[in-house]
Design a binder for this molecule. Structure first.
Ligand SMILES: *Cc1c(COP(=O)(O)O)cnc(C)c1O
Length: 497
């Protein structure tokens, strides 16, 4: 039988008079409360805090911590999110005293090691993107998009051009239009081709002198590589616009091709996706941006620069500064304090230095291999409208299952939790009905992929009526997710009301 104590709220466990800590008798003189806090500010009733013992508190939170799925506990094929394993070595390195105790207000002289790390990170991100100018500041991909769009605004303003529109395909991640709107642009959504690619005719029909930026994810959100990007870029550039590459899917192409080479003028990275920074629970993330030379002057400042001249091979004994801070000439200003979420940048730096150039390429090749392996194992039970091949993720569709047997993408996703797998992304991108977006990442073994494929094969044969009620084994089954997000009940209501 299930131990119901393990699923109760701390408040439900409360018993009057229970204590988790015992204080010794006070050995200092008593002082009247009124002398310390004016009566008007004193509460007339005791706070409604749970009264519980220390073991109850410990069990409560340890048990709660096991009810979540995470990369460390389960296969987590959440498409678009690149939920890859976070190497524990990098957690340890980023927690070294020299890193965590580093105060951002320490002098530049005293921060040479950290500045070298950040400078090298800038250089590696420039190399991988093919775009030379980097800002490490944005705290996540979405803020990177927003920052790059502000950079584009400043650039057009300096050129004396008024450009009001940002274009993106209807497969775009919701952050693309959100960032564009926040940056003050008008959003124009373009229809994709039947195969889910950018429609060149649709694009040309919307391009004109009012176009500021065309935003596109590559590989796109269907897990397919947009082969037409050089032509797309040619057309956007022909009207004076800029091409923004949403780099959330960089895991598929690192070391193989580069946004700067296939037409991008600006992009963001998601260090917490591609370069193994942990994500979840609201952050922290890291969304550095990379831009072309002519946009570098507008980046948020400061950036880390290396001084040329004597001593550049290391911090020399004559204390010649090697690394320094510089604010780009026409900077849009800060978007985040200091260098953003440095702890995540350190993890990404460790990851890139550990793998090296060949390793980074192998990472992407294996991510693509794993996704294609799963696609091949699943497509007969879960059709993939975009075809037989994918990049690092693919979008299957439960449309047929729904029509024929009433089994939805949501049913499959929910039932997978009972099988011990985190659900894939469902109902995104919107261009595929009943979409199930599966991204295994490169670190998963063949056995894990086989077990996941088998789980889906088993699930689609189950009784649809039971599937509608899945999951059966989790503490709660199907919360109203929208209501839970929009109007969360965060306050414990006492029995007295
Ligand atoms: C994750 C993601 C984003 C947003 O990145 P955050 O780091 O979550 O802000 C943008 N576009 C795509 C395609 C993504 O998958």
């Amino acid at each position: 039988m299930r131990n119901t104590l393990a699923t109760k709220l701390l408040f439900d466990l409360s018993q009057p008079g229970r204590r988790g800590a015992v204080f010794p008798k006070s050995d200092v003189p008593d002082q009247a409360l009124d002398e310390l806090i004016p009566r008007a500010h004193q509460s007339t009733s005791a706070p409604a805090l749970p009264e519980v013992t220390e073991p109850e508190v410990i069990r409560h939170f340890v048990n709660l911590s096991t009810k979540n799925m995470s990369v460390d506990t389960h296969f987590y094929p959440l498409g678009s999110c690149t939920m890859k394993y976070n190497p524990k070595r990098h957690e340890r390195l980023s927690a070294l005293p020299g890193i965590v105790d580093m105060h951002p207000y320490r002098s530049v002289e005293d921060s040479q090691g950290m500045l070298e790390l950040l400078f090298t990170m800038q250089a590696m991100l420039a190399e991988i993107s093919g775009l030379p100018a980097i800002s490490l500041q944005p705290a996540a991909g979405a803020q990177g998009e927003f920052t790059a769009l502000l950079v584009s605004s400043a650039y057009f303003r300096d050129k004396g051009e008024t450009r009001t529109k940002v274009l993106f395909p209807n497969s775009a991640h919701g952050t693309n239009p959100a960032s564009a709107a926040l940056a003050g642009f008008e959003c124009v959504q373009l229809k994709s081709t039947a195969q889910g690619f950018v429609d060149l005719n649709e694009l040309s029909a919307h391009l004109d002198q009012s176009t500021a930026v065309f935003m596109v994810t590559n590989p796109n959100t269907l897990g397919m590589f947009e082969r037409d990007l050089p032509e797309i870029a040619r057309r956007v550039h022909a009207v004076g616009g800029l091409v923004y590459i949403d780099g959330a899917n960089m895991n598929a192409i690192c070391g193989i091709t580069r946004p700067g080479d296939f037409g991008g003028d600006m992009m963001h990275y998601n260090v917490h996706k591609t370069f193994t920074g942990p994500h979840g629970a609201g952050g922290p993330g890291s969304g550095p941006i990379a831009v072309r030379d002519f946009l570098g002057d507008y980046l948020p400042g400061p950036v880390v620069v290396r001084r040329e001249g004597p001593g550049t091979s290391g911090v020399s004994s004559d204390s010649t500064l090697v690394y320094d801070l510089a604010v780009p000439a026409r900077s849009i200003g800060r978007v985040r304090s200091f260098f953003g979420n440095v702890g995540i940048l350190v993890r990404g730096y460790c990851y890139l230095r550990t793998l090296g150039a060949a390793g980074v390429r192998a990472m992407s090749e294996n991510a693509v291999l794993n996704a294609n392996y799963l696609l091949a194992k699943l497509k007969d039970v879960l059709p993939v409208p975009q075809g037989d091949r994918c990049m690092h993720e693919f979008v299957a569709s439960a449309r047929q299952l729904k029509e024929e047997r009433g089994i939805s993408a949501m049913d499959i996703a929910k039932r997978l939790l009972d099988y011990g797998f985190h659900a894939p992304t469902v109902y995104f991108p919107l261009v595929v009905p009943e979409s199930i977006m599966i991204e295994p990442t490169e670190t998963e073994s063949r056995e894990t992929l086989d077990a996941f494929a088998q789980a889906i094969r088993d699930i689609v044969r189950e009784d649809p009526e039971l599937l509608h009620q899945a999951p059966h084994e989790t503490p709660i089954s199907r919360p109203d997710e929208v209501r839970a997000a929009r109007t969360p009940v965060l306050k414990w209501i006492t029995s007295e009301g």
